[in-house]
Design a protein around this ligand. Structure first.
Ligand SMILES: Nc1ncnc2c1ncn2[C@@H]1O[C@H](COP(=O)(O)OP(=O)(O)OP(=O)(O)O)[C@@H](O)[C@H]1O
Ligand SMILES: [Mg+2]
Length: 508
């Protein structure tokens, strides 16, 4: 049988990193082939080689049985290979349609841009994705999830025969994931081969036909998805057994309230939200995308204004209008959009970790204590298992999941009283997830009050002492964490719409 794509003995080295060691991979028409491995295992690198972004150092590649060496993304596109990148690569100032058809805009005579045709063509692709979006929307104004969908539309516009999806669902909600999976089913039926990368283990069983596992840049195995239990796949990825569900969370909560929020409101996004978090408590926030959870966090952190309401830290009312003021008040926020708020990607791992509070590394004479800074950075690299050749590596050269761990390290270092984590394990592999859970529990045990916003219900249930559920800007209930609460109870509150208020808010 001829494969759509076949790769054999692929080698890739970066300075200090042997990223791929004799890796093999093949793809059949009409299959979803999942590529799995921990953060830094080499998944994105292998796919960048397949799609012409990186040259390979060794090995062979065949497309339809013919030797192929795409020397750039264009050459790969000509071979029918398209990729949806892990990192969004859209131009924020352009419209959705301009992004989707970039470089291939329909033109009228004299090369004038044919706007109506451009928008119509994009609208067609959006419709196939069931995406309700005006093609003229400026990309920068959209949420990450919607930007991700534009990125997917862009890849589809090339009608690829091979489509590589590098963590396409990391930012999507359940409904959006379902739409994406419908598109994948359609592409499969048309004979398109799909390479699928995700850290969401449940997705693998839902859509993958075969699974190839990489570990530390090495090829481990290719298995049939239907016949292989997830625990086996995880074991192949991690090289050891991982217990996914830790025992009951220790009750470290004390009675003193660390953060109290009263009647917080902001437009339609946040309506009269009140809750409190005690010292040592992990309060989970569940809800569908757009329920207002991030908005609540952003207001508390001073990143967005509020219309009304009051915030108290340790019983003292605080007036927080900027993130700086929030940090002064002892509140930290790990944003879901790390690229924009969390990382200086052109700086080193060490600088990023230390940046949050250079003050602590400065001695009385104002001289930077490089040694202390170095020790701290190395300690966190070790503790979080950040895979990097050294602490002097630029963050932009780390794998997606490892960049994420750097942001987490930054906040862990700050000694905040209240820490808000917005989707803390997005893009993080199963092994590292449990390490991050353990870290959050440690922080709580030390007396930190923690808020965790997560779209993954098992994560919220696993971590939280209590679970606050939001729907359409309102807090619809607070449930006990752990085994006392079921997913159904959470979903019921997450979809509890306020029918009484529908239609009235426009009058107000
Ligand atoms: N351009 C680069 N320069 C230097 N090192 C790189 C570069 N790209 C990747 N690496 C390194 O190669 C290794 C593999 O990275 P890769 O991005 O392929 O991992 P991944 O499996 O996609 O991980 P994740 O799940 O975190 O996205 C990592 O150690 C990474 O730091
Ligand atoms: Mg990757």
């Amino acid at each position: 049988m001829t494969f759509l794509v076949e790769m054999r003995g692929i080698e890739k080295r970066f300075p200090g990193v042997h990223a791929l060691k004799a890796v093999q991979f093949d793809l059949q028409p009409g299959e979803v082939h999942a590529l799995m491995g921990e953060n830094g295992a080499g998944k994105s690198t292998l796919m960048k080689i397949m799609s012409g972004i990186y040259p390979r150092d060794g090995g062979e590649m065949f497309v339809d049985g013919q030797p192929a060496t795409p020397d750039g993304p264009r050459a790969a596109q000509d071979l029918g290979i398209g990729i949806i990148h892990q990192e969004l690569s859209l131009m924020n100032d352009l419209t959705a349609a301009q992004n989707v058809l970039i470089g291939r805009e329909p033109r009228r005579s004299f090369g004038r841009l044919d706007e109506p045709a451009l928008n119509a063509k994009t609208a067609e692709i959006f419709a196939s994705l069931n995406l309700a979006m005006d093609p003229r929307t400026q990309v920068g104004t959209q949420t990450i999830a919607r930007q991700q969908l534009i990125e997917i539309a862009k890849a589809l516009s090339y009608n690829p025969r091979v489509l590589i999806m590098d963590e396409p669902t990391a930012a999507l909600n359940d409904a959006e994931i379902n739409e994406l999976f419908k598109v994948i089913a359609k592409l499969k039926a048309d004979g398109v081969g799909i390479v699928y990368i995700s850290h969401r283990m449940d997705e693998i069983k839902r859509i993958a036909d075969r699974v190839t596992i990489l570990r530390d840049g090495a090829y481990i195995d290719t298995v049939d998805a239907a016949d292989t239990p997830l625990s086996k796949i995880i074991q192949l990825m991690v090289g050891r057994e991982v217990t996914q569900n830790a025992p009951d969370i220790p009750d470290t909560t004390r009675n003193d309230v660390a953060l109290e929020v009263q009647n917080l409101s902001h437009g339609k996004d946040v309506r009269n939200v009140s809750f409190s978090v005690r010292k040592g408590e992990i309060l989970g926030f569940a809800g569908l995308m757009g329920a207002g959870r991030t908005e609540v966090a952003r207001i508390i952190f001073g990143a967005d204004p509020k219309d009304s309401g009051a915030i108290f830290v340790h019983g003292q009312q605080v007036d927080i209008r900027t993130p700086n003021a929030a940090v002064q008040a002892g509140i930290g926020y790990l944003s879901e959009d790390r690229k924009h708020f969390g990382l200086a990607v052109d700086m080193t791992v060490r600088a990023n970790i230390a940046m949050a509070h250079l003050g602590e590394f400065t001695n009385r004479l104002g001289v930077l204590d490089e040694g202390a800074m170095n020790d701290t950075a190395l300690a966190y690299i070790d503790q979080l298992g950040i895979r990097t050749p050294s602490d002097m590596q630029d963050v932009r050269l780390l794998s997606g999941g490892n960049q994420q761990k750097v942001v987490i390290a930054k906040w862990l270092l700050r000694d905040c009283d209240v820490l808000i984590f917005d989707e803390p394990t997005r893009g993080i592999d199963v092994g590292a997830k449990s390490e991050i859970y353990a870290l959050l529990e440690d922080l709580a045990a030390q007396g930190c009050a923690i808020i965790v916003i997560s779209s993954e219900l098992p994560e919220v249930m696993r971590l939280s002492h209590r679970i606050a559920v939001m729907c359409e800007g309102r807090l619809t209930g607070i449930l006990p964490g752990g085994a006392a609460t079921t997913q159904e109870q959470i979903m019921e509150l997450a979809t509890q719409r306020d029918t009484a208020s529908v239609g009235t808010e426009d009058v107000i």
